[in-house]
Design a binder for this molecule. Structure first.
Ligand code: GTP
Ligand code: MG
Length: 578
């Protein structure tokens, strides 16, 4: 229970509530022990005294206990629910916060479906355990001991007979939980796989349809579901054997005890009322034993869930503020790389000993073949990843010494892939600055050459874009993300220009948006367009993670190396077009 115990620290906030709930629980359980005694009195009165009024008194007594214990049970349930739901609420929030704060590297390697399972089914397992399991243990122990004491008080011989089947019952229930536990875990894992496939396929539904792979995916899903069902049925078979066995053992115990009690009544060593009462206590004795198995399974489930949660919750936020991290304040916008080497994985560098400098308000174009490390270079500026060797400096400060929020507020990022959220166009543009006024949003949109197409929509800035902005065209999405960065008005702009081809007019608009965006700030742009390249103050060309060439357009053309080659094959025909 190593991992489940760690969840207990979230319970600390509910100490008062827990004491209250336990008090209710103890009262309800103790009250539950009384009725068989009262019934005993009632039966004995009826058979020996024959007094109607005393029987009626016992009846009223039973009714009162029923009412009071119902009230306490209700209070206990509600009080328990507030603890459990509060606990789950706290953990879910902590988990969400942690997931969003974990670095790019974590998200690169963790499938979305996995994280969704953590947020949903693991939470449910914990909620089951803390909601029913924990409270029940206390109630079960009290009930078991209470019933046993009552039985012994009546007749120790009777108590011994009653206990005769209990060890077998306990063994059976433990056996079944040992068998069922791993099966439940397997079932849950399979369910997580099913969820993951759903998540991936719904997100990629366009690709599925475009390649006419619907049937293939349906079959794949069917296979997963089939596996799920097979596991379910296997579980049902275990239940099929164990549930009736436990039922049989319970009944056997009852028969033994009643038979013994029956003889005792005949010989007069026990009253009829006692026999009836002992039956009630016998049921209280076996109930908790039968529950043990279920409790063990619940605890195993909770432990597995807690372990998964710990994996995420205790994952180090490798990229986080240092204690003495600084706020940037005014930024000039100078970027320097000093002998930077970097790799996504241990021992596999994708950048080797790179040094470069971008002066305030300069534009640097980054070029190079695909996979040469362009995106990796610019990822290091807003510290999406940490360097392995060397330093990245902004205005002379190592980026690792700057508060992340401050750093990312001054470094605007336009990703290679245009990601939008479901919401209005205005909300999407204002994503980094939710307090922006309509005027500011429009100014940013104008800079990004997006104002015109936005105002052509009937609802203008209030137009809803679907999930991930799917209702907009690629060129429109791209300009939206430029507008989003423009609104931040960052001193430093990094832009991973996408190569996606658009029509000539859109191409022109995007070019204008980019040039407009770079004006008056330090910009590092991964360039595919001649206009961007020519506009740049300097160009670096990457080759297998090494800065191979550096200079202006003319200088590099004259050099006749990598750049010349890229120019001849990709850029030259843009001369006539532009
Ligand atoms: P294009 O965007 O295709 O033009 O390439 P790029 O120049 O931007 O290359 P990038 O910097 O993305 O990649 C450089 C190298 O790093 C390539 O060999 C990639 O395979 C590798 N790489 C990129 N991202 C990851 C990652 O998240 N994990 C790992 N392990 N490797 C990565
Ligand atoms: Mg790239």
């Amino acid at each position: 229970m190593r991992y489940t115990l760690r969840v207990f620290r979230y319970l600390r906030a509910y100490r008062g509530r827990i004491i209250q709930t336990m008090a209710f629980l103890v009262i309800t359980t103790l009250l539950g022990l009384a009725p068989p005694r009262l019934i005993q009195g009632m039966v004995d009165t009826a058979t020996r005294l024959g007094s109607r009024s005393v029987v009626a008194l016992f009846g009223i007594g039973l009714l009162c206990i029923a009412i009071v214990s119902a009230l306490f049970a209700a209070a206990q349930r509600y009080s328990m629910a507030t603890i459990v739901h509060g606990l789950i609420y706290d953990i879910r929030n902590a988990l969400y916060e942690q997931i969003l704060h974990l670095p790019f590297g974590f998200h690169d390697q963790t499938p979305t479906g996995y994280l969704i399972s953590r947020m949903t089914s693991d939470m449910e397992a914990l909620s089951m355990f803390f909601g029913f399991g924990l409270g029940n243990i206390v109630g079960m122990v009290i009930t078991f001991l209470g019933a046993l004491i009552m039985l012994v008080a009546m007749s120790w011989q009777l108590a011994l007979v009653a206990l005769a089947t209990v060890p077998f019952l306990a063994m059976t229930t433990l056996r079944s939980s040992n068998l069922l536990g791993p099966q439940f875990l397997g079932l849950r894992r399979q369910f997580a796989r099913v969820t993951a496939q759903l998540q991936e396929n719904f997100a990629g539904v366009r690709v599925v349809k475009a390649f006419a792979r619907e049937q293939h995916e349906v079959i794949k899903f069917d296979r997963q579901l089939d596996d799920f069902m097979v596991r379910r049925l296997k579980l049902a078979r275990v239940f099929m054997i164990y549930m009736p066995s436990m039922g049989f053992l319970t009944n056997l115990g009852m028969v033994l005890m009643l038979t013994y009690g029956g003889y005792a009544v005949i010989t007069g060593s026990m009253s009829l009322g006692q026999l009836v009462a002992s039956q009630g206590y016998m049921m209280m004795l076996t109930g908790p034993i039968r529950m043990i198995g279920w409790m063990v399974i619940n605890a195993q489930r909770a432990e597995a869930a807690a372990e998964h949660l710990a994996e995420v919750l205790e994952h180090e936020r490798l990229i986080a503020d240092r204690l003495d991290a600084i706020d940037l304040g005014e930024v000039r916008g100078e970027i320097r790389f000093e002998n930077v080497s970097f790799g996504y994985e241990e021992g596999a560098y994708v950048l080797h000993n790179c040094s470069l400098e971008v002066k305030p308000n300069e534009t640097l174009a980054v070029m190079g073949a695909t996979g040469s490390g362009k995106t990796s270079v610019i990822n290091l500026i807003p510290r999406f990843y940490d360097v392995n060797e060397g330093r990245v400096l902004i205005d002379g400060h190592d980026v690792r010494d700057i508060k992340l929020a401050s750093l990312r507020q001054h470094v605007g990022t336009i990703f290679q892939e245009a990601v939008l959220f479901s919401g209005t166009i205005a909300e999407n543009i204002a994503y980094g600055r939710p307090d922006a006024t309509q005027e500011e949003i429009e100014r940013a949109a104008k800079m990004a050459q997006a104002h015109e197409f936005i105002t052509r929509f009937p609802n203008g800035y209030q137009t809803h874009v679907g999930e991930r902005g799917m209702t907009l065209s690629g060129g429109q999405r791209q300009r939206m993300t430029i507008a989003r960065a423009m609104l931040l008005d960052p001193r430093i702009l990094i832009m991973d220009d996408s190569t996606s081809s658009v029509d000539v007019e859109t191409e022109y608009l995007i070019q204008q948006a980019m040039l407009e965006g770079m004006r008056g700030r330090t910009s590092v742009v991964i360039a595919h367009r001649l206009s961007t390249v020519k506009n740049a103050d300097r160009i670096i060309v990457l080759d297998k993670g090494v800065i191979a060439e550096e200079g202006t357009h003319e200088e590099l053309l004259a050099l006749g190396g990598h750049y010349r080659q890229i120019y001849d094959t990709q850029l030259a025909d843009q001369e006539e077009a532009g």
